[in-house]
Write a protein that binds this ligand. Structure first.
Ligand code: FMN
Length: 200
């Protein structure tokens, strides 16, 4: 069964270590026969969430598009920096907007899966931000894979060939990708079984 994954980063910075690590994850997922769409989230994509704005003008067009794009995928590959122990406000704002209800629209999060990554030039790789991201996604109904990767010294750890320079770390990343793919296939298989039962 082919799985469709949406890959995005919590940093849009030029030369972002997280975007580079995400690139390694995307290459590994494609090598494992997943269909991957790369989504670029930038600070000018959406305003800071504002309830008055939503009340006055509804959801921005970009939110409609993002909700449809999320709903059309089976799972997510996400890499985010750690900012003072949390994932980034860019990522939080984007997920908050997508979580707003839109009657009749397919669910963007429920029943989807996620694999989480973080990268930093520091020793811990931004690992302190991932539990918060895991919790937010769980609250939205996303099933987050237990395995994750926080890549320390990432400025020296990512090769130009979309692979990690250390073979053991590359193997760990590929295991995260394979475990997430297996989880996603299992959930999609279950959903298809359910739909068959309903005659859909
Ligand atoms: C506001 C702010 C807070 C940060 N806090 C942390 C931190 O708590 N732990 C850490 O490892 N790095 C921290 N950093 C450094 C980032 O992890 C580093 O800049 C990283 O390269 C950013 O990700 P990017 O390269 O994908 O843009 C912080 C950076 C910023 C701007």
């Amino acid at each position: 069964m082919t799985i469709r994954l949406l890959a995005f980063s919590g940093s849009s910075r030029t030369g972002s270590l997280n975007r580079r690590l995400l690139g390694v994850a995307v290459a590994a997922a494609r090598a494992a026969h997943a269909e991957v769409t790369e989504l670029s989230i930038t600070p000018n994509l959406l305003p800071l969430y504002d309830g008055d704005l939503e009340q006055a003008t509804g959801l921005p067009a970009a939110v409609h598009e993002l909700k449809a794009q999320f709903a059309a995928h089976d799972g997510f590959l996400i890499a985010s920096p750690e900012y003072n122990g949390f994932f980034t406000p860019l990522l939080k704002n984007t997920l908050d907007w997508i979580s707003r209800p839109l009657p009749g629209a397919p669910a963007p999060f429920a029943g989807k899966t996620a694999a989480l990554f973080a990268a930093s030039a520091g020793a811990l790789g931004g690992i302190r931000g991932l539990p918060h991201l895991r919790l937010l996604l769980s609250n939205l109904g996303v099933i987050v894979a237990p395995g994750q990767m926080a890549l320390g010294r990432a400025d020296q750890a990512i090769g130009a060939d979309a692979r990690l320079t250390d073979a053991a770390q590359q193997t760990l990343l590929e295991k995260c990708i394979a475990d997430h793919a297996a989880l996603t296939r299992a959930i999609q298989g279950k959903n298809e079984g359910k739909n068959e039962g309903k005659g859909e």
